[in-house]
Design a protein around this ligand. Sequence first.
Ligand code: ADP
Ligand code: MG
Length: 400
Amino acid sequence: MAKLTVEDLDLEGKKVLMRVDFNVPIKDGVIGNDNRIVAALKTIQYVTDKGGRAILLSHLGRIKKEEDKPALSMRPVAERLSNLLNKPVTFVPTTEGTQLEDAINGLNNGDVLVMENTRYEDVVNGEYVKRESGNDPELGKYWASLGDVFVNDAFGTAHRAHASNVGIASNMPQAAAGFLMEKEIKFIGEAVDNPVHPFVAILGGAKVSDKIGVINNLLSKADKVIVGGGMTYTFYAAQGMTIGNSLVEVDKIDLAKEILDKAGDKLVLPIDSVVAKEFNNDAEHKIVEGNIPDGYMALDIGPKSVDLFKDVLKDAKTVVWNGPMGVFEMSNYAKGTLEVGEFLGTLTDATTIVGGGDSTAAVQQLGVGDRLTHISTGGGASLEYLEGKTLPGIASISDK
Ligand code: ADP
Ligand code: MG
């Protein structure tokens, strides 16, 4: 890999600024799901084991006014981290100034410090000034001055140029990827730039409009592109099929036609659907082939589509999956997503990658994530990466 990683750094005795993704769900000061903190442990532990002094920065939620701050303090996160690491973690309730600087200067090798939510800097003196989110050059420079080296392990914000990722990196002699970031670059980056063929993309989810960039980029790279989920029915409409009350983007039908023409038999659409009378798990539902009848909406792919997709996928060496095959949140419409996920788990010779917020949630909720090669830690970031865009957070990491 062409990017510097944490393993390339000399960490002993160094003040190691680390941008991590601690953007966990939090309500009334209680953390809902600490997956992201757990995921960050590997890089943090590596740094402290090597004698580094870890100074952790992360954003948490969005801050637009002063009153948003208390509920989005990093304090509970620092406490949870301390439990998970089973050692003390210093929490500093500010993002700049002597209190922070003194705490950093007081660290010993192997110590861990968490500073307050980086987005506290988005509101200063009651004004929404976006110093963090707008990558204020002074802020990035200031934070960089607090450390000796920088490790970026926050893939989830890699598609944004903020002071705490790009700002720090551009003011540091060395910026390296942490293990999570390295894995994202290795799997998503490789799949997009240099995939092992046959390369099959599976694209689903709700809307064509959200996925145009991904469809176009992957059509140019993949051997087959499977389409499922809600966007199927805009493609059906483009082919002159009936779609009943299914999800459709009328203003994207022409675009869907263009994509169909361009893609030819590279694009594989579902041949049957689970259709329901209402958007409701308990609604009357059945399986139909082809056209969607009046009074019904298609909420999942049907069993023949699953078989068709398995046939397309069986010899794949690289599979990238974004977008569920149906409304997986409702048990009666989760089967298509579940069966595609289970089948991917059997492809032991293939690299299987899942990206996208809801897609990641779907494979985890359905329990099919364990046998896949890589489940991305970023939602929006993985989509932009799959679109073939340069992500500023990755671009700002030093080359080897
Ligand atoms: P991701 O976040 O992984 O990029 P999307 O946000 O594009 O995925 O799509 C996820 C949503 O698509 C889910 O909430 C799911 O319920 C919805 N969806 C999938 N299939 C259908 C369908 N046939 N009709 C309506 N919604 C659908
Ligand atoms: Mg989504």
